[in-house]
Design a protein around this ligand. Sequence first.
Ligand code: FAD
Length: 390
Amino acid sequence: MSEKSQSVVIVGGAIIGSFVAYFLRKEGFLGSIKVVEKDSTYQYSSTALSAASVRTQFGCPFNIGMSLFGVDLLKNIKSHFGEDAEIGFDERGYLMLGSHQAIDSQRDNALMQREQGASIDILTPGEALARWPWLNVEDIGIATYGCANEGWFDAWTLLQLVRREARKLGAEYVNGDVTAIDSLGEKVVGVRLADGTAIPCDWCVNAAGPAGGQVASLLDIKIPVEPRKRTIFHIKTPVSGAGFPMLFDNSGLYIRPEGEGFIVGISPDEARDPHPGDDFEPDHYLLEEVLWEKLAHRIPAMEQLRLQRAWAGHYEMNLLDHNGIVGAHDVMKNFLIATGFSGHGVMHSPATGRGIAELIVHGRYTSLDLSPLGYERIRDNKPIVESIVY
Ligand SMILES: Cc1cc2nc3c(=O)[nH]c(=O)nc-3n(C[C@H](O)[C@H](O)[C@H](O)COP(=O)(O)OP(=O)(O)OC[C@H]3O[C@@H](n4cnc5c(N)ncnc54)[C@H](O)[C@@H]3O)c2cc1C
């Protein structure tokens, strides 16, 4: 589908929407591409507020493939976005700690991840301690470490680069809030903005992040995607960040170096994790009541920490199975969904952008098969649960 007369409207112009626009051109789409974004500052987008880390340690094989493609792009950023492209990719790996009860399942996961092409070291607690001597491993049964293709980067800069390139390739960014989607029979025919502007289209892509469920509802389509607030604390501690990985503790906390300190976070209990509406206030109780103790237990030298700042963003949570929803709606076949990544959408944005572009241009996936992530499992209420989520 590459005629010049064809048009795509992408709702949401952050990292997913921008990668869709970029890859549409890379896949040979010649028609018009309009990316509609309601907040050109992106201050509340998940992309700008994320921890911007990438891992290959997942429970679902397709998530590993998506990460590997994303990492490859990050490592070859200049070949995609020019010689001046620099996103500070720090390939220091994720260290995942498991309890004694988790030894078998974590080892099996690591073996599966290796089969999918990930580079994962499987370590005993003693081996982990020898490598990271500040760890308390007394209650740890296993550690796995992504010794390549895992780390973190600057997501804000990546967004600017993809947007710049997409624009250069002829995508137009339109400032506007999509408040209606028009359809005729079983086809989307255009979107309407809050100011009354109507934009016709042959394809409509829902890349609205945490608002993905709300945007789908404009067509009376139900997807189980809702925002959930996640707080990040930037702290300083006496521990040096040199050689420190991204640490996923079995207590649920994560911590990694950031600037001269660390960023640390944990998901709240379900009972304290409501739909946040427009609330972006950091949940300070998490540091005081939950994180502090867990952190001091795992890394005793971190008992003395100083809070530098905190911020909160919204995960686009897929309440069914914590996996992205990627692909066409079964009835409205020209309405494509690309949301629901539940905390791993930046790392999967290149693979998602390319996948959606392939569906539009070729009518099928031609590289990574993302069909397990399709809308059908939502329709049929058949979750494919991603077990390794933070
Ligand atoms: C605290 C936190 C930490 C995270 N850490 C990581 C991490 O380490 N690694 C990782 O891979 N992922 C992480 N994520 C998840 C990641 O940030 C998201 O999965 C990813 O940014 C989703 O990108 P997106 O473009 O779909 O959504 P967003 O970045 O939220 O963008 C959606 C855009 O759509 C626009 N929009 C919405 N509705 C409309 C409308 N009606 N009309 C027009 N525009 C609209 C919004 O203004 C917004 O700019 C984290 C998220 C948070 C909140």
